[in-house]
Write a protein that binds this ligand. Structure first.
Ligand SMILES: Cc1cc2nc3c(=O)[nH]c(=O)nc-3n(C[C@H](O)[C@H](O)[C@H](O)COP(=O)(O)OP(=O)(O)OC[C@H]3O[C@@H](n4cnc5c(N)ncnc54)[C@H](O)[C@@H]3O)c2cc1C
Length: 382
């Protein structure tokens, strides 16, 4: 299925060359360190990779959603889930809240540095008490003169320890159960705001080069003009950007899986057993054929939803299917590719081992597979 034109492919060549030369050689070192150097962000800004769809007047490239898709496919191929996720959070999970719902003054103030990679973004929605039930968030924002005063905490925040600008979801009014979505709003919070603390950096199973943090806000005073969109309707805006985040997860899943399959094919061609290469055994050949088919199915589902999303259609059901199918697919691919590597697949020195740990997040982060099934079931059954 071909959806990209010549311009998209030229952009792909730029991203691929950057990833191959400036990311791939450092992946192991960054995994061991548990973070990536901040210098990658201005470099990506210089190459025009951080504001792909944003208007040129804010320093963006004014390109289309398919160009964004190319960016995430190439980051997904990097053999570093951490890098792909950190970029996805900055470009398509956090900063779109500003671009789509922020005031002109806020866009002028923050977007140019976001596009240049001088301001790194994080999105803080999940709390220690729960992530799936977004409407139940407890971080409170109380209006006091020209400010809102925020109290609460956030959990599992990607880029949380290193970001400069945080997109924080907080409840402005309590609301009863039936109206509980209504009170949620999104605030822009600069690192260093008094009352803001990165309380701890979390140790993880995979995505180890991406920093994940817990944040605490104690009487944190945020200027009232840093409220994004209208007070109390943030929930719907968060949900809209979630669609973009889930599409990005689909793009990461099939490209991460592509790379794992390529590595596995190279391995089974080399590895000898019972008098010949593993790639000659019919069981192995059929397993690889099944994996390639599942990856292709995920890719086609993602592209179909991407095209509808680009056309402005309401695709919540389709994007939930993309997230569900792709996340489950990449985990099946991870299991089988490790299996086909035998004992070496269990060793840290092989990229496939990292892939299996990184892939595990895809059915949890950005909405779990169970929540995706709930959304799809609701569309089917009401
Ligand atoms: C590495 C990492 C990075 C992350 N980055 C970010 C980030 O940058 N910003 C951010 O805001 N969040 C982030 N998250 C949080 C992530 O989105 C949440 O972990 C996810 O939404 C699930 O929430 P939870 O962990 O609280 O699980 P819970 O909501 O407590 O769910 C636990 C289990 O119960 C299931 N469950 C819950 N409700 C139902 C139901 N109604 N029916 C059936 N099953 C149900 C879930 O599917 C899951 O299996 C990150 C998480 C991780 C691990």
């Amino acid at each position: 299925m071909k959806i990209f034109n010549e311009q998209h492919e030229m952009f792909r060549a730029t991203v691929r060359s950057f990833v191959d030369k400036e990311i791939a050689p450092h992946v192991e070192e960054w995994e061991a360190a548990g973070r990536m150097p901040k210098s990658i962000w201005p470099r990506m800004g210089e190459l025009g990779l951080l504001g792909v769809e944003y208007d040129e007047k804010y320093g963006g490239a004014g390109a289309d959603l398919l160009t964004t898709a190319v960016l995430h496919e190439e980051c997904g191929r990097s053999r570093s889930g951490s890098f792909a996720m950190a970029v996805g959070v900055h470009t398509d999970m956090a900063s779109p809240h500003l671009y789509w719902t922020g005031s002109e003054a806020l866009k002028e103030k923050y977007l140019p540095a976001i596009c240049r990679g001088q301001t790194l973004c994080a999105i803080a929605v999940t709390e220690p008490g729960g992530g799936s039930d977004v409407a139940a968030i407890r971080t409170r924002a109380v209006r006091d003169g020209g400010s809102y005063v925020l109290n609460g905490s956030k959990m599992f925040i990607t880029n949380g320890a290193t970001a400069d600008l945080y997109f924080v979801a907080a409840r402005v009014e309590q609301g009863d159960d039936r109206r509980r979505h209504k009170g949620i709003s999104m605030f822009l919070v600069e690192r260093g705001t008094p009352g803001f603390t990165v309380s701890r950096t979390l140790d993880k199973m995979g995505m180890r080069a991406s920093d994940t943090a817990e944040l605490v806000f104690q009487d944190m005073r945020v200027p009232a003009e840093n409220l994004l969109g209208r007070e109390g309707v943030g929930f719907y805006e968060v949900m809209r950007v979630f669609q973009r985040e889930r599409l990005v997860a689909g793009l990461h899943a099939h490209t991460m899986a592509d790379r794992a399959l390529e590595d596995t094919i190279a391995y089974v061609r080399e590895r000898q057993a019972f008098g010949g290469p593993l790639s000659d055994k019919q069981v192995v050949r059929h397993r690889l054929a099944d994996l390639a088919t599942q990856i292709e199915a995920a890719r086609c589902l993602t592209y179909a939803a991407l095209l509808k999303f680009a056309a402005g259609e309401d695709v919540v059901r389709e994007i939930s299917m993309v997230k569900l199918f792709s996340a489950e697919m990449v985990n099946r691919v991870a299991y089988d590719c490790v299996q086909l590597h035998g004992g070496y697949g269990y060793m840290r020195e092989y990229a496939i081992e990292r892939f299996a740990r990184d892939a595990r997040l895809l059915s949890i982060g950005g909405g779990t597979s169970e929540i995706m099934r709930e959304i799809i079931a609701k569309a089917l059954l009401g």
